[in-house]
Design a protein around this ligand. Structure first.
Ligand SMILES: *Cc1c(COP(=O)(O)O)cnc(C)c1O
Length: 373
């Protein structure tokens, strides 16, 4: 059988991403080299003559992709064998209920920090499984900050935080390590910085912000926390079953996991989380400095809690806001319209976004301001 011809997927025919600056919040920008390799593998995976889309998940080819993806997560997070790494279906939103279903008995209490839309949804789902103690909230401040004065009861089964608030542009820069088991939704800042990942009991993240395409969710869980609740857990929602089957309890999202593996390889090859963190700080500092300096724009969040991933800001009035949106569109900038709940602007600066794109955005902001005369 002749191998499929790859030449039609040469660099010239793939999207030239230099022409578009992609600030999308999620699904969002991926490294160009990852996109090229993924595109080639859709036609012909590792010169096998088969597409990544048409191989069985229990083949040695895919098994080794899954194992490499899990190992890369272990390496980047510096995990010991106490933790298991899973790639599941259902998005981070499924974890809002799967976490309490697996960890919280009906009579027990879990502590949650309410720092935005995603935390509120996690809180809402947890209430169906046990008691929920919302130990802090920045709702009254319109979620413009991270709460800093609160206590978590010692007997809370776990303490759940959303490390980065994608919609409101705030981020926990100092993780509140309490005596409780820590559970974190890291969907929008996973692998963007160094953290003591092994201190967490459970970490989850939808892939589509910083790891890969939509369709899979990374779950890292400490094994000894499982098997303690009394309720019946449906097989497909039981972490222990997924662990026993090495994330292949049923057909996993093969392509999504493959692209995650390529992105994880790219992170490691680029220097790991040290380098990601450094670059992300440089990018965010550059953009916040322009927002602070430019008289037409107002930052949404106080400096201490500003997200390095999702930069939220406003214009001084609505007419400037709509003119700026039109202007950036003409300049090849996409994805900076804010979430419908927060409004105004949000520029997402995920790992794969090059520094040049942030430079470009700040230049466009300057030129726009000069044009307003
Ligand atoms: C995007 C996002 C979610 C929702 O993810 P889905 O995969 O769409 O369910 C949850 N939490 C945070 C922090 C997010 O950014």
């Amino acid at each position: 059988m002749p191998l499929r011809n790859l030449t039609i997927y040469s660099s010239e025919t793939l999207n030239d991403s230099n022409h578009i600056h992609n600030f999308n919040a999620g699904p969002s920008i991926l490294p160009e080299s990852v996109l090229r390799e993924a595109a080639a593998s859709v036609m012909n995976l590792n010169q096998s003559g088969l597409s990544i889309l048409e191989i069985g998940h229990r083949t040695p080819t895919f098994t080794s992709i899954m194992e490499e993806a899990q190992q890369l997560v272990r390496d980047l997070m510096q995990l010991s064998t106490d933790h298991e790494v899973l790639f599941l279906h259902g998005g981070a939103s499924t974890q809002f209920m799967q976490v309490p279903m697996n960890l919280l008995d009906a009579k027990e209490t879990a502590a949650y920090a309410d720092t935005g839309v995603w935390s509120s949804k996690a809180i809402h789902e947890a209430k169906a499984f046990g008691k929920v103690d919302v130990v802090c909230s920045s709702k009254e401040q319109q979620y413009t900050c991270i709460p800093d004065d609160f206590a978590v009861p010692h007997d809370a089964k776990y303490f759940h935080i959303t490390t980065n608030n994608t919609i409101y542009g705030t981020q926990w820069h100092k993780i509140p390590h309490t005596s409780n088991v820590m559970v974190a939704d890291m969907s929008s800042d996973i692998f963007s910085r160094k953290l003591r990942f092994s201190d967490f009991g459970l970490i989850y993240a939808g892939a589509q912000k910083n790891i890969g395409p939509a369709g899979t969710t990374l779950v890292v869980v400490r094994k000894d926390l499982l098997g303690k609740v009394k309720r019946h857990i449906p097989t497909i929602l039981d972490y222990r079953m997924h662990i026993a089957e090495k994330s292949m309890l049923n057909t996993p999202p093969v392509f999504a996991i493959y692209v995650c593996m390529l992105t994880l390889r790219w992170i490691k090859k680029s220097g790991g989380l040290d380098v990601m963190e450094k670059q992300n700080k440089i990018k965010a500092d550059l953009l916040y400095a322009e927002i602070d300096r430019n008289e037409l724009f107002i930052p949404r969040v106080l400096p201490k809690d500003r997200s390095l991933m999702n930069v939220c800001f406003q214009a001084i009035d609505e007419s400037v806001e709509s003119r700026f949106l039109t202007y950036v569109k003409e300049q090849g900038i996409v994805g900076i319209k804010g979430h419908r709940l927060a409004g105004a602007f949000r520029a997402s600066l995920y790992n794969a976004l090059p520094l040049e794109s942030v430079h470009y955005l700040t230049e466009v902001m300057k030129t726009f301001t000069q044009k307003q005369g």
